[in-house]
Design a protein around this ligand. Sequence first.
Ligand code: GUN
Length: 294
Amino acid sequence: MSLILNGKDLAEKIKKELKKEVEGYISKGLRKPALAVILVGEDPASKVYVKRKKEACEYVGINSLSFNLPESITEIELIELIGKLNGDEDVDGILVQLPLPSHINTQNIIESINPDKDVDGFHPLNMGKLATGMSSGIIPCTPLGIWIMLKHYKIELFKKDVVVVGASNIVGKPMSLLFLKNEEATVTVCHRNTKDLKSQTTKADILIVAVGKPNLITEDMVKDDAVVVDVGINRLENGRLVGDVDFEALKNKVSAITPVPGGVGPMTVVSLLINTLTIYRKKHGFSVHPLTEI
Ligand code: GUN
């Protein structure tokens, strides 16, 4: 039986600690941390994610400011709103939920966010800091959450082969940069044009899958004793939520595996809280958040 990497319980534990941390700031007479959350359009999955993020903010005592904008908003209008939030001293972090409607250029929006308020860590300056190994940038939430989970469960990275499947800017690329940071693991990144996916995944001591295809990773594609982290969240026609990995087939084969739901998802949300507090702490002259010391 594999070790189940329980992101849900770990996220709850960290949230309790963050709640205490925020109570400490308030008791010192400081204002509440604040996160602006921008949602454009009516995408059902995005609405669910934003709701979870806002609930988690409220729980720990972060003020979440909602901006629910119609699908028809123009790129210029969105950039104007972000400009106002950039200049608002009482707003620590700005999050624009992705994906955006196709008439809006996502990169222009990401680049319009003040890098110091870029709670997702998607701004090129923060991505660049991650790529060059500088510690002061913000690390994207899903990779940070996975990192914290692996460290919590004492998963050894030194001299391991890590294979990341999926090369998105949100997960795959920053995840691989994070693994490279301390030159502990050797990292392979696979994507839609990888010639022979199975020949890569079977080499993995640690396999991270972030593609968005149910059951992409089957039992024969993973070696015994691998650690498997499933970032996928896919809703099947029968309503069931599944990841990108065949969990049932793998759960007795590998050494550790994340479930879906209850694995990476809650860790992504908790990392958003950590990043908001990282920005808040920097603004108030506190040291870096211990959970982001990588
Ligand atoms: N859409 C899917 N994942 C994310 C994320 O981590 N941040 C934002 N802003 N949008 C997303």
